[in-house]
Every structure is written in structure tokens, then in C-alpha cells.
Design a protein around this ligand. Structure first.
Ligand code: FE2
Length: 338
């Protein structure tokens, strides 16, 4: 497998900023059994199945806040998969194991995306691929840990008109140099949020992700330069990063790896109220599902669920936008308390 990152480019060392996202749009996971994971995130976690792509072995679920909050693709066994028009969408060796597929960062418009792409390319920041997802144009790069990061702009506001139910292969190649990029914003400012009535949990939006890493400083340098995130706080060996949309206190938290695997720790979904978190937790217990961990402190009320592959997600409501002081917390707990 060839991961497209070959050490920090000079421009990253210089702190040049490339992509300037608004917020985290979605996370994409590799899962071992697509149907099993789809059922879990839909029937337990309350994410609506918006569309699915059998030829890629992929399903896309969400709240409606963006075209999907959570995508999932079945692991490949190391074999390549192709998109539309023969696009090599998943090269050989990629997606062999469960875990993070990518994090996707929403930019305001295509002009911003193409400008960032051109500067990154000209400065020899390695670009993995550029694609057309029918509702978005995307540029993918790897971070220094080998996590795939997608930077995208919505190309249509009414994405449910384009992607719904079972889809033929969605993704084709995209040449950012083709034509004049548009500069109007096409994300939906008033999205229709859908909940799964019968599910115990009713998330409203994906807000942030948490990654663990062997080298927080190296990863933070990439995220503040290439990814254009702002460092908004630190506590112990945990760094908080935010995209430009200030109504979210942060969009990504990176934590020093203590033990176990690096990469994905969890993604977090916001619920409507403390009462909604508590009634979801009660309903889960009634159905025989015990949350991995329950948190009730001055920062948040939340619980964590472990999916059938062992991947974590959090369902929470925030009590304070302040960066929590983690100095008294055991290091192994810090990624749960951010
Ligand atoms: Fe994506």
C-alpha cells in the first residue's frame, strides 16, 4: 500500500495554510460487515440510511445536517475497488482493516477548494485523488499518520434529490482545472434533520472526531497548515482544533497514544438536551444494550457505544464550551473526556 504522505513539506514546516474548512462534514469508517454495521447505526444509534452503493459495498447514514454524517464501506480484503468510469477509487491494499476511512472537511465553495488544491499541488504537498461525488467535489490527502482527510465543497443544495436509496456507482474522477470554479456556497443552511423514531438515540448532528496519535505535535502541524484548522486549546497531551465555524467549540481533538492502536478513537454526535441523553441511555438499557461508558460532569453529559466492529461513537450534550482541564484525569481516560 502506498500512503501518499512522505514527510513534512517545507511549506508545512513554514506553517502555510491551505484548505480552510468550515466544519467537519462527515466521517467514513471501514467495517467488516456492512449490513451489520448499517443496522447498528440505524436501529440503535438513530442515523437515517440516506443512500447506499452496492458496487462499492458502501452505505451512507446521517441526521440530514450534511449529505451524510457517517459513511461506511465494507473492508476490501486488500482488493482494489473502482468507481464510475473506471476510477480507481480504493487502490489495492487500502481498507483491509476496520477503522477510520477518512474525515471529511466542508469548505465554503468550489473556488476556495480549487485555490487550496492548486497551492498544495504547487508546493508539492502530496494529493491522493480529486473526485466528483455528484453532490460534492473532493480533494483527498493523507496526514502524517496515514489518516485520509477529504476536503470538499457541496455542489448542489438539494442533495437528497440526487442521492437517495440504492445508487449506481456514485464517484468519478474530477479535474479541478476544468472550467471556472463557482464561488457561491451550496451547503444547506437550513437542513431538514431526520430522526429514526423507533431508535433509542436521536442525534442531531455530527460535531467532532477524536484521533489518537504517536506524535501530537507532528499531527497538529499538518492539521493547522494543510487542513487549515485553528488550535483552540490544549490540556496535557491533548490538542483541540477548530474549523472556521465558531458555533462549534472544536471539530477535532488529537490525543497522545498511550497504548493500543492509533488513529480513530471516536466521533461525537450532539443530542438535543440532557434529558434526551438520559432517556436514550435508559431506553438502551431497557433493550439490553449497555453503553461502553457514561459521562456526567460539568463539561458534558454523554455516553459511548461500541459498534459490532469495536469502534466507538459518542452521543452527548455539552454543558460548557470551555476546554476541560484534564490534568487530574488518568491518561487512558482523556480521549473520552474531551
Ligand atoms: Fe467522504
Amino acid at each position: 500500500m502506498s500512503v501518499g504522505y512522505h514527510g513534512p513539506a517545507t511549506s508545512i514546516m513554514n506553517g502555510d495554510v491551505y484548505f480552510r474548512p468550515r466544519r467537519l462534514g462527515h466521517a467514513n469508517l471501514w467495517v467488516d460487515d456492512l449490513e451489520r454495521s448499517q443496522t447498528f447505526y440505524n436501529e440503535v444509534c438513530g442515523l437515517t440510511v440516506e443512500f447506499w452503493e452496492p458496487d462499492l459495498v458502501a452505505t451512507f447514514l446521517g441526521t440530514g445536517n450534511t449529505p451524510h454524517d457517517l459513511g461506511m464501506i465494507e473492508t476490501t480484503g486488500g482488493k482494489a475497488r473502482h468507481g464510475r468510469n473506471g476510477l480507481l477509487q480504493i487502490p489495492e491494499g487500502v481498507g483491509a482493516n476496520v477503522g477510520l476511512g477518512h474525515l471529511a472537511w466542508e469548505l465554503a465553495n468550489e473556488a476556495d477548494l480549487v485555490d487550496a488544491y492548486r497551492r498544495a499541488r504547487d508546493d508539492e504537498v502530496p494529493v491522493d485523488m480529486t473526485v466528483d461525488h455528484q453532490v460534492a467535489h473532493s480533494v483527498y490527502l493523507y496526514d502524517p499518520d496515514g489518516n485520509s482527510m477529504e476536503y470538499y465543497c457541496d455542489t448542489v443544495k438539494n442533495w437528497r434529490d440526487v442521492l437517495h436509496g440504492e445508487m449506481e456507482l456514485i464517484t468519478a474522477g474530477w479535474n479541478p482545472e476544468d472550467g471556472e470554479p463557482f464561488s457561491d456556497s451550496r451547503y444547506d443552511e437550513h437542513p431538514e434533520i431526520r430522526i429514526v423514531e423507533d431508535a433509542p438515540v436521536h442525534p442531531r448532528r455530527l460535531t467532532h472526531a477524536v484521533l489518537v496519535t504517536e506524535n501530537v505535535e507532528r499531527l497538529a502541524a499538518f492539521l493547522t497548515s494543510v487542513s487549515g484548522l485553528e488550535e483552540v486549546g490544549r490540556s496535557e497531551d491533548v490538542i483541540y482544533l477548530r474549523a472556521s465555524l465558531a458555533k462549534y467549540p472544536y471539530h477535532l481533538v488529537i490525543c497522545n497514544k498511550r497504548n493500543g492502536a492509533g488513529g480513530y478513537h471516536h466521533v461525537s454526535f450532539e443530542l438535543e438536551s440532557v434529558g434526551a441523553v438520559e432517556s436514550a441511555e435508559n431506553e438502551l438499557v431497557e433493550r439490553g444494550i449497555t453503553p461502553e461508558l457514561s459521562v456526567d460532569n460539568e463539561t458534558k453529559r454523554s455516553f459511548y457505544l461500541r459498534d459490532p466492529d469495536g469502534l466507538l461513537s459518542e452521543y452527548y450534550v455539552r454543558r460548557s464550551a470551555a476546554i476541560p482541564d484534564l490534568s487530574a484525569e488518568p491518561p487512558r481516560m482523556r480521549a473520552f473526556l474531551v
